[in-house]
Design a protein around this ligand. Structure first.
Ligand code: SF4
Length: 123
């Protein structure tokens, strides 16, 4: 069980195996750091420019992964048919940090639980 100071919840990572990528589906942005871009490009054996062209777009000047419409769902481009992340070992910082985002710090336990079935009380 993961826990971070200042958050009203803990996170049970084992639930990721059965949740079918809830945090990777739906409207939203996965913003990339320079380190993310470097790491994912290398992982995919692509030049940085190629990776940026194929898999990203700009939103308000920031680089984000593109989405795909699959089976009536909007999904992250790297979520595969089995709801697994194709770049898991090099997934962006934003994904690694979830659900401990600053934007979720002041949310109630119930609000965050709606976003992720792995949210659990801290015992
Ligand atoms: S990069 Fe991987 S973990 Fe992040 S949203 Fe996409 S599929 Fe999910």
């Amino acid at each position: 069980m993961s826990k971070e100071d200042g958050f009203s919840f803990c996170f049970d990572k084992s639930v990721c195996k059965i949740c079918k990528g809830k945090c990777c589906i739906g409207e939203g942005y996965v913003f990339l750091t320079d380190e993310d871009i470097e790491g994912i490009s290398n992982f995919l054996s692509l030049k940085k420019e190629e990776f940026l062209k194929l898999y990203t777009r700009k939103v308000n000047g920031k680089t984000t992964l593109i989405d795909l419409a699959v089976k009536n769902e909007i999904r992250c481009v790297f979520l595969d048919d089995n709801y697994r992340c194709e770049i898991y070992t090099k997934r962006p910082k934003q994904c690694r940090d979830f659900p401990f985002w600053e934007s979720l710090k002041n949310k109630s336990f119930d609000e965050v639980k709606k976003l992720c079935p792995g949210i659990a009380p801290c015992s």
